[in-house]
Write a protein that binds this ligand. Sequence first.
Ligand code: SF4
Length: 266
Amino acid sequence: MPAITNKQQLLTQAQNALKKRFPLPALEPESPRPLLEELLFAICREGSTTADAEAAYGRLKKTFVDWNEIRVSTVQEVADALRPLPQAGPRAGWIIGVLHAVFELNYSYDLGDMEKKGLKQAAKQVSRYFNDSELKKLNLKQAAKQIGRFKQVNDFAVAWVVQRSLGGHAIPLDGPTIRVLQRLGVVEEVDLDDLESVRGGIEHMIPKVRGPEFTELVSIHAKELCTEKDPLCPKCPLLSDCPTGQELTAKKSDKDKPDGKPKKSR
Ligand code: SF4
């Protein structure tokens, strides 16, 4: 399929160009996170970068004695520890909800046995924690409400855990990553309720071994250059391959011309 091959080449080139442009953060934390912690870290990481998520996650762990204290704290208290991470309130509600769900199921905060059960089984089990009906059953209406608002995060967190903890091939897609992929013309309309199929297409184009690096570089790019408002296209190493960037820069140079006429050289 030539279209896929072209997109695949585009993504390979884009990743190489971004690697030259941005310093790559460590792809693994200094000390490996147990599965539950990786899951909670994913909540901080969605829509952010690893550096910003690490900082928020560090504040969270420093502020509270343990996971149980976080579970019984208010959304406001947990959100205060996460700030200035954006959307700290919804993330706090989600973290508390996941801790409640895990505790109710295990009476502990250990998901370690999932790793032993194998990738498919583990991914299935992880998904359960993001299932609203499961949470409602546990009387976690507040958490379910928060989670319901951020359905796309569910798929991101599961994909993140599969990529980082379970040794599988998954490309977590969050808002900034989708924005870059759309601007590059790799994906078109995205149904946030069916993120899994979009993700499947992207995973087909990016080899597993390049997955974590791709995830990191695109997030940094989305924060530094391909911002939601006013992307810095003239400074972007992907401009020559980006239809959106070319359109935006052409429009801007037209706007800069007085009455549409080229500026006189001095
Ligand atoms: S050229 Fe502009 S729109 Fe395209 S990827 Fe770069 S910053 Fe984003």
